[in-house]
Design a protein around this ligand. Structure first.
Ligand SMILES: [Zn+2]
Length: 133
């Protein structure tokens, strides 16, 4: 089965694409985009994008519902900056974008600090879900 590198989008200026390898079944919505399993109920889980010549192809992907809040955010380590540091950033899979503070992609010095920030975002998302917003 062909594996394609899906690109999270939009691409932030000055940052590389977020590369996530997905199987053919995941890209076609036949397998969960998060765990890869085909068992159980799958629900729409947004889109992933793959390069296509000069453009890109959008794929409507699916997931097990229980992943959706837990897997909404993912930490990814960025390539070395001009000082050789490798900060972390957060991908928001709900809107396929890097987490920003206004216009600037949020950077975290350690994986732990990114995880702590994601825990806060999940906590706030859960409160919004309970409130029905
Ligand atoms: Zn799953």
């Amino acid at each position: 089965m062909a594996e394609l590198a899906a690109l999270a989008q939009p691409q932030p200026i000055g940052l590389p694409p977020a590369n996530l390898t997905l199987t053919d079944a995941q890209l076609h919505g036949r397998a969960c985009v998060h765990c890869g399993d085909t068992d159980g109920r799958l629900v729409p889980a947004g889109h992933r994008y793959t390069p296509d010549g000069r453009g890109r192809l959008g794929w409507a992907v699916a997931a097990h519902p229980e992943h959706l809040i837990a897997a909404r955010y993912e930490a990814a380590q960025l390539p070395p900056d001009e000082h050789g540091r490798r900060p972390w950033a957060i991908i928001n899979h709900q809107n396929a974008a890097w987490e920003t503070d206004g216009e600037v992609v949020r950077r975290f010095p350690t994986h732990h600090s990114a995880e702590t920030f994601m825990a806060l975002m999940r906590y706030e998302d859960a409160a919004r879900a309970v409130a029905g917003r």
